[in-house]
Design a protein around this ligand. Sequence first.
Ligand code: AMP
Length: 115
Amino acid sequence: MATIFSKIINKEIPSDMVYQDEYVTAFRDIEPQAPVHILIVPNKEIPTVNDIQEDDEQLVGKMFTAARKIAADEGVAADGYRLLINCNQHGGQEVFHLHMHLFGGRPLGPMLLNR
Ligand code: AMP
């Protein structure tokens, strides 16, 4: 179940970490797709959105609170930004540790490129 994100959370491998508390960790995406591209990850290993349980509701809320703080810290809150979670194959998920992408720093265009 453990992925590379657990190693980042535990600081076993380096990352450009921008936020960490007892619930969530956030670090810059290694292949940024926008001037600001940060991944917000629960410290608990939850593979996908499909695996979120009722007991995780507070934790999922912490991901959004962290997103709000990070957007402010990165200076993108007023102009706006996009939060995105991919799930499984059709969603394009590559790392099976739940994570929210925060994109910002430029107009992001249409939500889906290929309709
Ligand atoms: P997803 O397709 O939603 O699963 O996104 C996975 C994201 O993790 C991609 O945007 C990758 O660039 C990013 N990623 C993979 N490995 C690392 C890493 N070691 N540090 C930072 N970002 C990573």
